[in-house]
Design a protein around this ligand. Structure first.
Ligand SMILES: N[C@@H](CCC(=O)N[C@@H](CS)C(=O)NCC(=O)O)C(=O)O
Length: 219
């Protein structure tokens, strides 16, 4: 049975896993969680009642949490692009940046989105303002960190960049990466030009109306 990924093209975490699959040309079946395919949602919820996606299915083995999905792919289905370095100290740097993008960029961006979806007892404006403060703090650190680097941890594209691409993509829609952060803006552009992420962005294009704060007319 081929690998199967349950998720949605517009979902930032689904994109994080898709980037890893596309980087290595790994064969898999995409099982979209949406109204047209209720059987996919049913199978996903039966296996993972925590109700977060994506979920990778490899035969009977399921893997959740995108960072672990990407590590699993490297262990069980390695390809030409190594997304976790072999050197354990270098791998630690990559895992740190992966955590940084998930916890301080993706989660901050998500706060604004979830508030707009009325998931928190807070006004949309307040949620967006709080998200903006957190994102600005995250941008400042990244601007210093990225000096002299092509990718998140240096010259190799890694797990950290898989996390960075969708989180910075949507974060910029919530709180623009301003001109005070030229290195971060350039890094976001490099991510957008990377074929694996460009493909994920294109596949998500039909769903832009889903963005609850209103998608800007740009990538
Ligand atoms: N830490 C999880 C986060 C997954 C996650 O939050 N996924 C979002 C989609 S981008 C989700 O399932 N949202 C469902 C919901 O909020 O109800 C991971 O890395 O996989």
């Amino acid at each position: 049975m081929p690998l199967a990924l349950y998720g949605h093209p517009f979902s930032s975490y689904t994109q994080k896993a898709l980037i890893a699959l596309y980087e290595n040309g790994t064969a898999f079946e995409f099982r979209c969680i949406g109204p047209d395919t209720p059987e996919h949602a049913g199978e996903w919820l039966r296996r993972w009642p925590i109700a977060r996606f994506p979920m990778l299915l490899d035969g009977e083995r399921q893997v959740v949490e995108t960072s672990l999905i990407i590590e699993y792919l490297q262990l069980a289905h390695p390809g030409p692009v190594r997304l976790l370095p072999g050197d354990p100290m270098a791998a630690l740097d990559v895992r740190f940046l992966d955590r940084y993008f998930d916890l301080y960029v993706m989660s901050a961006m998500q706060l604004a989105v979830d508030t707009a979806l009325l998931r928190y007892p807070m006004s949309v404006e307040k949620g967006r303002a709080m998200a903006g403060e957190r994102l600005e703090r995250a941008y400042v650190w990244l601007e210093g960190h990225l000096a002299g680097k092509t990718w998140a941890t240096g010259e190799e594209f890694t797990l950290a960049d898989c996390a960075a691409a969708p989180s910075l993509f949507y974060a910029d829609w919530v709180h623009t990466i301003g001109e005070a952060h030229p290195l971060l803006r350039a890094y976001r552009s490099r991510l957008l030009a990377r074929p694996s992420f460009a493909r994920a962005v294109d596949e998500a294009r039909p769903y832009r109306s889903f963005f609850p704060l209103g998608a800007p007319d740009r990538d």
